[in-house]
Structures are given as structure tokens and as C-alpha cells.
Design a protein. Structure first.
Length: 181
């Protein structure tokens, strides 16, 4: 989880703040075999970033998959995606793709985002990044001021980010500017 928080911070450092929050809950997901879901999400993340790549820009993003803990069988799986979209024209292209791809009400929620953290009434910190990563295990959050919520099972990777903000990119940036981890 620390690597993904570093990724979000690094996106800000390289002037690509994660400024668009997208949640996707496809109606067909529960009927899809668990083994196919990871491939499905990766294809979808790639498609969402295509307008950026078409404009010659990187698709800087961070994502997490969740499923319903109460069902405990992987049903209710959905994706949270934070992505850097530098202008309205590209945002409209992404929105048009998602509107065309997902036609059922409630399948897509898309809104502007800021990665700034706020302290909540119970003393914990909350931001859009902590929301996206809220399904980390309690053992990861223990001893921190981060909120967490136990999630359901996921087959394959639960979360990740683009290469331009991954752990390797952060380490290379720190080495270049001689900044300790």
C-alpha cells in the first residue's frame, strides 16, 4: 500500500495529479468467471487511457478492485480508478467512451478528484486515495491513521498503477534528485 501512496504523491511531483475519479460496476461482472475479470479490468483501464495516449500523453493512473465482503464469493466486483486528465476535451472523450460502453444506470460514477488528505472527526485521514485503497487488510492499516474496510475476495491483482508512477519510477526519481526514501 505504501508504494501506491508514493505513486499518488509522485503523480503530483511530476505534474500529473490524479484529478479524475471513476468507479465502474458493470452489470455483467457477476456472470463473468473470476479468472476472466483481471483481464477484463486491464483491457478497460487501457481503453480509458487511450484518448490520452492518442493525444501523445501518458495515461497516469492508480486503480483498485473490490468485491462485496458480505457475499464472500467475489460478487459485486467493481473498480476504482484515479487518472490524470489534463483538460476538458480529454475528459469528455473518456466520458463518451464510458457512456457508450456502460449503458445501465449506476454502472459508472465519474467525478473530479483531489488527492489532498483531510482529517476526519475520528482522527483518521481520508482522501480519494485512501478511499480507492480502503480494502487493504487491517494488518496493513494497523498502527496508522488510515481508514480501511475489509473487502471480499479478488482473483488476481487487487490494485496497481501505471509505470510512470510505480515503485521503480519513484526510486529512479529519488536517485536522480538524491532524495532518501
Amino acid at each position: 500500500m505504501a508504494a501506491l501512496f508514493d505513486a499518488a504523491a509522485h503523480a503530483n511531483r511530476i505534474d500529473r495529479p490524479l484529478n479524475l475519479f471513476i468507479s465502474i460496476t458493470p452489470t455483467e461482472m457477476d456472470a463473468m468467471p473470476a479468472e476472466e475479470r483481471s483481464r477484463y479490468w486491464q483491457m478497460l483501464i487501457c481503453a480509458i487511457g487511450q484518448p490520452l495516449r492518442n493525444a501523445g500523453l501518458p495515461a497516469t493512473h492508480l486503480w483498485a478492485r473490490e468485491s462485496c465482503r458480505l457475499l464472500n464469493d467475489g460478487r459485486g466486483e467493481h473498480l476504482h480508478l484515479l487518472i490524470h486528465v489534463p483538460n476538458r476535451a480529454l475528459r469528455r472523450k473518456i466520458e463518451a467512451y464510458l457512456t457508450n460502453r456502460f449503458r445501465q444506470a449506476g454502472e459508472v460514477d465519474m467525478r473530479p478528484a483531489s488527492t489532498a488528505a483531510k482529517r476526519t472527526a475520528n482522527g483518521r485521514y481520508h482522501s480519494v486515495v485512501t478511499y480507492v485503497l480502503k480494502n487493504m487488510g487491517s494488518n496493513v492499516a494497523r498502527g496508522t491513521s488510515l481508514s480501511y474496510k475489509l473487502g471480499g475476495p479478488i482473483l488476481g491483482k487487487r490494485c496497481g498503477c501505471s509505470r510512470d508512477i510505480d515503485a521503480k519510477a519513484v526510486a529512479e526519481w529519488r536517485a536522480r534528485y538524491r532524495i532518501a526514501a
